[in-house]
Design a protein around this ligand. Structure first.
Ligand code: BGC
Length: 349
């Protein structure tokens, strides 16, 4: 296990470093202090070749010019959407930025994806930290956050999130990596075979806000309990797919919330690469890169078009602060928010 640091440009918010984590078993992950961005993930394929399977840019400027897709970034304070950017906390109305149609998305502008994170190497892990002041983007309480990236011996990228507050608030942290297991910039991911261990999903309205209903996946194109290619049903005339322009939904994961468990698996047929997702979270946003338009080039110099990457964003459910039946995202002084997700890269024959 090794971690090295290099200077990697600057933003108006300050100098940016890039850390390279390597586990000595073929997994090499590069992380920026800008946004805590996972800039690249190099992993072996079935035949011993190596490719970068994470979408991103090869300069800091790329991330500054194109913040919209949130490539690889830490998302906070609230990953996913809050309806109209409004909720009530202890009877007090809170307004956070509206930056996605009528709603708030991914913590506002600038969210945690645009901050320069303090970095420290501890026991072979990269510990990023950030103090979000009281009132930051409208969110109450001073939120002290650490996000720790470490590599496991079985080619896992492990992400541990931790946060505390000095006043009641809400928090929902995630990482917004997009993967293409055939290699970033190699085309669409529609032949990747996906399994998600979920019997239901949070049904959404036209602005992608949950209606409050947990709809069964049974009989819908959102049923990935049996592995299926991402593209097999993506053009089905199903109301939920029409709303997302493809897959852009929160699946209600099976298994005990709070325990690290396998929740999703992806296999790429050509290179044989696989991705297993493990998490303690109750949900995952499976997003099939619907809003990638080919308007910019990524790390390899090739443009990213619709479907050229997918994200599996582990999370609490969207709009939880307005949905009393969803698992709570409230955090109070004296409590500790903690969440773990591991992305494990392997191969199949
Ligand atoms: C959202 C998408 C959004 C994407 C990039 C995803 O988490 O669900 O709707 O386009 O992030 O912003």
């Amino acid at each position: 296990m090794s971690v090295t640091r290099e200077a990697w440009g600057s933003t108006p918010a300050g100098a940016v470093d890039r850390y390279t984590l390597s586990n000595g078993h073929g997994l090499v992950v590069r992380v920026l202090t800008h946004g805590g961005v996972v800039q690249s993930i190099e992993v072996p394929d079935r035949d011993g070749g190596t490719a970068n399977v994470a979408l991103g840019f090869d300069t800091v400027q790329g991330y500054l010019d194109n913040p919209g897709p949130y490539f690889g970034a830490i998302i906070g304070r609230y990953g996913n959407r809050i309806a109209k950017g409004r909720f009530s906390l202890g009877g007090v109305a809170v307004q956070v930025p509206v930056n996605d149609g009528p709603n708030s998305l991914h913590g506002g502008t600038p969210g945690f994806d645009q901050r320069i994170w303090a970095a420290e190497v501890r026991d072979g892990a990269l510990v990023l930290s950030h103090v979000s002041p009281d009132g930051d983007q409208g969110y109450p309480g001073t939120l002290t956050v650490t996000v720790t990236y470490s590599l496991t011996g079985d080619n896992g990228l492990r992400i541990d999130y931790h946060a505390t507050t000095d006043a009641p608030t809400v928090v929902n942290l995630t990482n917004h990596s997009y993967f293409n297991l055939a290699g970033e910039g190699s085309g669409d991911v529609y032949d990747h075979v996906l399994r998600i261990d979920a019997d239901g999903f949070t049904e959404v309205d036209a602005t992608l806000i949950p209606t409050g209903e947990i709809a069964p996946v049974d009989g819908t194109p959102l049923d990935f309990r049996t592995p299926a290619p991402i593209g097999a049903r993506i053009r089905d005339n199903h109301a939920q797919l029409l709303r997302g322009g493809g897959y852009d939904h929160n699946w209600v994961l099976s298994g005990p919330v709070g325990e690290l468990r396998d929740v999703a698996h992806v296999a790429e047929p050509r290179t044989g690469r696989t991705l297993t997702v493990r998490t303690t979270e109750p949900g995952v946003q499976f997003y099939s890169g619907n809003f990638l338009t080919g308007a910019f080039a990524g790390t390899s110099g090739r443009t990213y078009r619709q479907g050229d990457g997918f994200a599996l964003e582990t999370q609490h459910f969207p709009d939880s602060p307005n949905q009393p039946r969803f698992p709570s995202t409230e955090l109070r002084p004296g409590q500790a928010y903690s969440s773990t997700t591991v992305y494990i890269f392997g191969t199949h024959s």
